[in-house]
Design a protein around this ligand. Structure first.
Ligand code: HEM
Length: 219
C-alpha cells in the first residue's frame, strides 16, 4: 500500500460544504413541508432561502473547478465492472470478498459511484435548483403588480422539489453507510478529511487478479 494524495483542498472543502448545505436544506425543507418541527416555519423558510443561495454560489465554483481541473471526467459512467460492483455490495461485502475495482488517484470512483454521482450532478441537483428557483420566483414583483411565471401552478413545482428532496435524503443515508465500506471502516472518511489515502501500489495492482478501474485522466 502507498499513501497517496487523492482529494485536493478545494475538493474536500466543496464536498463538506455540499454535505452540510444539503443536510441543512433537507432539515429546513422538510420543516417547510410540515414533516418535522425545529426552527419554526418562518425561520425555516428564511434559513432555506439563505442556504439555497449559498448552495448556488458553491455550485458555480464547483463547476468551474471540475472543468478547469478535468476532474469532471471522473464521473463519466461506464458499464465496465458495474455489475461486479453491484454484486459486491449485495453479496461480496458480507462474505469478505475483495473489492472488484481498485481506487487510483486517476480513477477514484467505482463504476456504481460514477453512475450515481453523475445522476446527482446532471439530473437531481439541476432539478432541485430549477424547481427551487421557480418556487422562489414563480411570483415576482413587477412595477405595479405581482406577476406569475407561466409554470402551470405551484403544486407541480412543490411535488418535483419534494421528490428530489426524498432522493437526496435517500442518497445521504446510503452514502453514510458506504463511507464505512472502504479498506478499513474509517479509511474513506479520513481520506476526505486529510486528502490522503492508503492505495494499492502499482506493482501490487499488476500482480492482483482484481481488475483495476480504467484510469480516465491524463495529468
Ligand atoms: C438551490 C437549491 C434550492 C432552492 C433554490 C430551494 C428553494 C426552495 C423554496 C423557495 C422553497 C419554498 C419555501 C416556501 O414555501 O416559502 C423550498 C421548499 C422545499 N425545499 Fe428547497 N431549495 C433548494 C434546495 C433544496 C434541497 C437540496 C432540498 C433537500 C435536500 C430541499 C428541500 C425542500 C423541501 C422538502 C421543501 C418543501 C417542499 C413542499 O412541501 O412544498 N430544497 N425550497
Amino acid at each position: 500500500m502507498k499513501r497517496e494524495y487523492v482529494y485536493r483542498a478545494f475538493e474536500r472543502f466543496w464536498h463538506w460544504m455540499q454535505a452540510m448545505l444539503i443536510l441543512f436544506l433537507g432539515i429546513t425543507g422538510f420543516e417547510i413541508h410540515g414533516s418535522i418541527r425545529f426552527f419554526g416555519y418562518d425561520q425555516a423558510v428564511r434559513y432555506h432561502n439563505t442556504a439555497a443561495i449559498s448552495f448556488l454560489v458553491l455550485i458555480v465554483f464547483a463547476i468551474f473547478w471540475h472543468f478547469t481541473t478535468g476532474e469532471w471526467r471522473q464521473y463519466l459512467p461506464t458499464w465496465k465492472n458495474l455489475r461486479a460492483q453491484a454484486e459486491y455490495y449485495v453479496f461480496g461485502i458480507f462474505r469478505n470478498a475483495p473489492h472488484p475495482t481498485k481506487k487510483t488517484v486517476l480513477s477514484k470512483l467505482n463504476p456504481l459511484q460514477k453512475l450515481v454521482y453523475a445522476g446527482l450532478k446532471a439530473l437531481v441537483i439541476p432539478v432541485m435548483v430549477i424547481s427551487g428557483l421557480l418556487y422562489m420566483f414563480y411570483r415576482y414583483p413587477h412595477r405595479y403588480e405581482v406577476l406569475g411565471l407561466n409554470v402551470g401552478g405551484l403544486e407541480v413545482i412543490a411535488v418535483v422539489h419534494t421528490i428530489g428532496a426524498f432522493l437526496l435524503v435517500s442518497f445521504f443515508v446510503a452514502h453514510l453507510y458506504l463511507i464505512t465500506t472502504g479498506h478499513t471502516v474509517t479509511s474513506n472518511l479520513k481520506a476526505m478529511i486529510t486528502g490522503y489515502e492508503e492505495l494499492p501500489e502499482e506493482s501490487d495492482e499488476k500482480k492482483s487478479s482484481v481488475e483495476a478501474n480504467e484510469p480516465v485522466l491524463t495529468k
